[in-house]
Design a protein around this ligand. Structure first.
Ligand SMILES: [Zn+2]
Length: 106
């Protein structure tokens, strides 16, 4: 399912779920995103999000899951936020930094 909404106590909460088991991804370092290879320049590929090893289509022997390549989710999410400029980009000689100031109204 990937990006999803889960109702809880009368409200709807955003949740990131595994495409195999539909359970929430609890830790970014426990999940991967997969995508087909080769990617065609200019096109957007369908990707999947899975618990690492336990639900990874390659580990499960599923070769039809557009899962030729993979990236750890703890690398993908910061890169996604950076590419979409979901924050203020700061460049120094040593590093690139994305500063996100989020106010959650719960
Ligand atoms: Zn899973």
């Amino acid at each position: 399912m990937g990006l999803s909404i889960k109702p809880k106590r009368g409200k709807n909460y955003p949740v990131l779920t595994c495409d195999i088991c539909d359970q929430a991804i609890q830790k970014l370092d426990s999940a991967i995103i997969t995508f087909p290879n080769p990617l065609t320049k200019g096109n957007v590929a369908i990707s999947g999000i899975y618990h690492k090893v336990k639900c990874d289509p390659k580990s499960l022997g599923n070769r039809k899951a557009n899962a030729d390549c993979w990236m750890p989710l703890n690398e993908y999410i910061p890169w996604l936020l950076w590419n979409h400029r979901f924050g203020k980009r700061v460049f120094t000689e040593q590093k690139r930094q994305l500063i996100i100031d989020i106010l959650i109204d719960d």
